[in-house]
Design a protein around this ligand. Structure first.
Ligand code: C2O
Ligand code: CU
Ligand code: CU
Length: 556
């Protein structure tokens, strides 16, 4: 396997646990070893660009009261509106999260982003289709004190997006410590529907955290938490514990974001009321869908219509995460539970937030039957109907990879070069060492946590074996334009677990992130239009991303 010196140094650092220094801010000598290469100077404002909205955004350290007692040290975004509509920025009271940004399709936006942390960072607009230079690529990571000026036109349709850091190897840690915010895009098609707005439109950012006895955030303590992704034992909504919201007897629009590093939610109302979905990552569906529950992986968003008009004042409703299995290897899950005495194992049943019906209101808007016009792509629209671009997931004892290689900038494999303007068929699948890349990584020791006891039952099956046993769920995210999901197929070996999630996928809209369960194969259609350059694709389990489960497409 062709490892560069720089990659093996990085691996050395990780194996010796030096990677954990990131917790205390990366010392300069570690950075010098792990992030060599010429430093790119940050982008400056261009006089020719006339912004409709202009924002100053900073990443900085702070402290916020979250639990009773001492404040919690966090990293956070703060923003100031320099120019533009008054409702461009809305602070979430008492939250470490950045203000919700509200942009409009067609708007020209300039954002002065300043790094006031003591470590590198860069901001990425997850879900927005912007030029490569404006995408927050890790190669543009800012040193402390530097400013990057973003300038772009909003091309997206109405949707709920995310802004979050993207510096290689420390994204997860920074998001965990509070760097994230919601970014709404509005457009005319949406406005014409007169959906619930103002106080009737509620952002719900779901995150999980772990606190020590002194109310401080606890992050990754050992290898297993990195391999499985970090799971906290406490749910926060909009940065608040025990989140409850008071509503009137009418319809609301809940803009739900999974802002967790690794935790996957299976959203369902506690009284069995179906979940009415009107939109996903990339905006409104053609028509509402009702689901018994909905799966929401890290990086995904959901637009939910919640009608409380038939409810009694004084009643309450709880949004829960319902039980499911299979997202982690069974043995790993068991061991994690034991090792961490986790009060909140992945896939268990627990409350997320409470809705209290507090007042009567006679008027309520009706759920529109038609929401939006969508152009649906078919195989015939793709440049490569017989030869999908692979997005191969490989899971090894010490590494999580995409297409057989760890992240490196400018390290394109032939199929990672995509012609500008083309529409491509892509296929996500688990590569269990059945051939091609990744084989060398799938040695016999199974993360060092699986004994030989279970080995007998695994060998032999094509596409099964060791890989299947170590297989876990991965939310795969593609930068640039949104994509559509063409099909999902599941290997027979994974069907039992899959039964606990299969009704929870809303695949009829535009996505930028898709949850891939063990044994699952997903076909996507994605346009690569408008902008040339390097666009990342990666696992949005942020620990996986930082471990190198990230690659780039070169659109050329
Ligand atoms: Cu939300 Cu490349 O990330
Ligand atoms: Cu993104
Ligand atoms: Cu992953």
């Amino acid at each position: 396997m062709p490892y560069s010196v720089h990659t093996s140094r990085r691996r050395f650092l990780r194996h010796t646990g030096l990677g954990l220094f990131a917790l205390a801010g990366t010392p300069a000598w570690v950075r010098a070893m792990t992030m060599p290469g010429p430093k790119l100077s940050p982008n400056k404002a261009s006089p020719a660009f006339q912004p409709d909205a202009e924002i100053e955004l900073t990443a900085r350290c702070g402290a916020v009261p979250i639990l009773p007692g001492r404040s919690t040290a966090v990293q956070q975004y703060a923003a100031r509106l320099v120019k533009g509509p008054d409702n461009t920025l809305t602070n979430l009271p008492g939250s470490y999260l950045g203000p919700v940004m509200r942009l409009h399709k067609g708007q020209r936006v300039r954002i002065h982003f300043r790094n006031e942390l003591s470590e590198p960072t860069i901001a990425h607009w997850h879900g927005l289709h912007v030029p490569a230079l404006m995408d927050g690529h890790p190669m543009y990571a800012l040193d402390p004190g530097e400013t990057f000026v973003y300038e772009f036109e909003v091309r997206n349709r109405a949707s709920f997006n995310i802004y979050h850091p993207h510096p290689h190897e420390i994204t997860a840690k920074q998001v965990y410590h509070g760097l994230a915010g919601g970014l709404l895009v509005n457009d005319e098609e949406e406005a014409a529907l007169e959906l619930p707005s103002g106080e009737y439109e509620i952002p719900i950012v779901l995150q999980d955290r772990r606190f020590d006895g002194d109310n401080q955030l606890v992050y990754v303590r050992h290898m297993h938490e990195r391999m499985m992704g970090f799971h906290g034992d406490r749910i926060l909504v909009n940065g608040r514990p025990d989140f409850a919201v008071e509503v009137a007897t009418r319809a609301y629009r809940l803009r739900i974001m999974n802002g967790s590093n690794a935790r996957i939610y299976k959203l369902g109302w506690d009284d069995g009321t179906p979940v009415t979905v009107i939109g996903v990552d990339g905006g409104l569906l053609e028509e509402p869908e009702t689901k018994p529950y909905v799966m929401l992986a890290p990086g995904e968003r959901l637009d939910v219509w919640a009608d409380f008009s038939g409810r009694n004042v004084g009643s309450q409703l709880v949004m829960r995460s319902l039980p499911f299995t299979g997202a982690l290897p069974a043995m790993a899950q068991r061991m994690m539970g034991e090792m961490m005495h986790s009060g909140l194992p992945l896939g268990s049943d627990y409350p997320l937030f409470t809705v209290r019906v507090a007042r009567k209101q006679s008027e309520s808007p009706a759920l529109p039957r038609r929401l939006a016009k969508l152009t649906r792509y078919t195989l015939a629209d793709t440049a490569n109907p017989d030869k999908p671009v692979p997005l191969a997931i490989s899971e090894g004892p010490m590494s999580m990879l995409l297409n057989g290689r760890a992240y490196a900038h400018d390290d394109f494999q032939a199929f990672e070069r995509i012609p500008l303007g083309s529409v491509q068929l892509l296929e996500i699948f688990h590569d269990h060492g059945g051939g091609g890349h990744g084989m060398g990584m799938q040695g016999g020791m199974g993360m060092g946590m699986m004994g030989h006891g279970g080995m007998g039952m695994m060998g032999g099956h094509g596409g099964g074996g060791m890989g299947m046993m170590m297989s876990m769920a991965h939310p795969i995210h593609l930068h640039g334009q949104s994509f559509q999901i063409l099909s999902r197929t599941v290997s027979h070996m994974a069907l039992d677990d899959y039964a606990s999630v299969r009704e929870g996928f809303v695949d009829a809209g535009w996505q930028d992130t898709v949850l891939t369960m063990p044994g699952e194969r997903i076909r996507l259609i994605k346009p690569f239009q408008d902008f040339k350059g390097a666009f990342m694709y990666h696992c949005h389990n942020l620990e996986h991303e930082d471990m190198g489960m990230m690659r780039e497409f070169s659109v050329e």
